[in-house]
Design a protein around this ligand. Structure first.
Ligand code: AMP
Ligand code: MG
Length: 324
C-alpha cells in the first residue's frame, strides 16, 4: 500500500515553508516550525534583534558572545568568504543600502558603493574561539547570513526529524529543499520543480528527482526590482557592489547537505557556467543545474539526481563526465 503524503505549511523567514511527512502528526509539524522560528530568531538580519544583529550593532565597539551553533556558522561563513569567490558574508552594508526585495529600494551612487565596499573585508571579522565571541572591527560593518542560513536551517530540520525516527520527509524553506529518504522505494525519489525564471512559482522548466539529497536554488528572479528598463537582483558581486551580471538566471545545487548547497549556489553563480562546470568536474560531491539567459539548462553529471525537461522553449544540455 502506498502511504499518503501529508503536507504542512507556514510562512517564516519571509518565505512559504512546506513540510511533507507520511504521518498526520500535527505536533511534530508544530515542533519543526518552532525550530525554524527559533533559528530565524538567532540568525535574521531583517529585524532589529537577533544574535547576529547584536554582533552588527556592536561593530567597531566590542566583541559579542553568541551561542555555539551561531559561532560555528559565522566561522564557516567567514572561511567561505575568504576563498576569493563571489560569496562574502560581510556584504551586509551593501545589501542594506540596495534594499533589493524590500520597500525603498534604489540604485546607490557609485561613490557610496565604493565607500561601503571598504566595510566588507571578511578578515575584519575577528573570532575568539575560546570566548565564543565575534567582533566586527570597523563601525558600519554588518554580517549577512542570507546566502547560507536557510541551508543551515534545512539541515537542522533534517537532523531533528532523523532524531525523531522519521525516515521519509521533505522540508522546503522557500527554495532550499532538504529530503530524507524517498517517498516510495520503487519510485524515482522526490520530485522537485525547477522554476522557470520570472514566470511565477508554478511555472516549471522541469522536474528534478532525488532521494536523501538537498536541492537548493539561487535565482535572479527571487528578489529584484526594475528601474529605467534595467533589472537589479539580489545576488551581489562583492568586488563591485552591483548585482552579479553574467549569462545565468539561476543555479541549482544538488548535494548531501543543504548548507553546502546554499553556499555553492552563490559561489557557482559567481563562477558562471564554464568555470562552474570545470570546478564541479573536480568536486563530484556537488552537482548543479545552470539555467542561462538564452534558455539553456546545463546539468553537471547526473549521478545524484535525474532531471526531466518539461518546457519546450528550453534546451537541455547535459555534460558527460568526460567533458565536465
Ligand atoms: P541566496 O538566497 O542563497 O541566493 O542568498 C541571497 C542573499 O544573500 C541576499 O538576499 C543577500 O542577503 C545575501 N547576499 C547577496 N549577495 C551575496 C554575496 N555575494 N555573498 C554572500 N551573501 C550575499
Ligand atoms: Mg545561498
Amino acid at each position: 500500500m502506498v502511504q499518503e503524503q501529508v503536507s504542512y505549511s507556514a510562512v517564516l523567514m519571509g518565505s512559504p515553508i512546506l513540510l511533507k511527512l507520511f504521518v498526520d502528526d500535527q505536533a511534530l509539524a508544530a515542533q519543526v516550525f518552532r525550530l525554524i522560528k527559533h533559528q530565524e530568531n538567532l540568525l535574521t538580519v531583517n529585524r532589529a534583534q537577533s544574535e547576529v544583529m547584536a554582533v552588527n550593532h556592536a561593530a567597531g565597539q566590542q566583541a559579542v558572545s553568541v551561542c555555539a551553533p551561531v559561532f560555528q556558522l559565522i566561522k564557516q561563513a567567514k572561511a567561505v568568504s575568504q576563498l576569493n569567490g563571489c560569496f562574502n558574508f560581510t556584504i551586509g552594508p551593501i545589501v542594506k543600502r540596495w534594499k533589493i526585495g524590500f520597500q525603498g529600494n534604489s540604485v546607490p551612487p557609485a561613490a557610496e558603493l565604493q565607500r561601503l565596499l571598504t566595510l566588507t573585508d571578511p578578515a575584519d571579522v575577528q573570532l575568539d574561539e575560546q570566548a565564543q565571541t565575534v567582533f566586527l572591527r570597523k563601525a558600519g560593518m554588518e554580517i549577512d547570513l542570507g546566502a547560507i542560513a536557510k541551508g543551515y536551517i534545512a539541515d537542522v530540520v533534517r537532523d531533528f526529524l532523523r532524531q525523531q525516527g522519521v525516515t521519509r520527509a521533505l522540508i522546503n524553506l522557500g527554495g532550499n529543499v532538504q529530503t530524507l529518504g524517498a517517498p516510495d522505494e520503487a519510485g524515482q525519489g522526490w520530485a522537485i520543480g525547477l522554476q522557470q525564471p520570472f514566470a511565477g512559482p508554478d511555472a516549471l522548466i522541469g522536474v528534478i528527482h532525488v532521494s536523501s539529497k538537498s536541492v537548493v536554488t539561487s535565482g535572479v528572479y527571487e528578489r529584484y526590482f526594475e528601474l529605467n528598463g534595467r533589472r537589479y537582483h539580489h545576488i551581489l558581486d562583492p568586488a563591485t557592489g552591483y548585482p552579479l551580471d553574467n549569462e545565468l538566471l539561476s543555479v541549482t545545487v544538488i548535494c548531501d547537505h543543504s548548507i553546502d548547497g546554499d553556499i555553492f549556489t552563490t559561489l557557482l553563480y559567481g563562477m558562471g557556467v564554464r568555470q562552474g562546470l570545470a570546478y564541479l568536474g573536480q568536486n563530484p560531491q556537488i552537482e548543479a543545474i545552470f539555467v542561462t539567459k538564452d534558455r539553456q539548462v546545463i546539468c553537471s553529471s547526473r549521478r545524484q539526481f535525474s532531471f526531466q525537461l518539461l518546457h519546450q522553449d528550453y534546451r537541455l544540455n547535459a555534460v558527460t563526465d568526460s567533458t565536465a
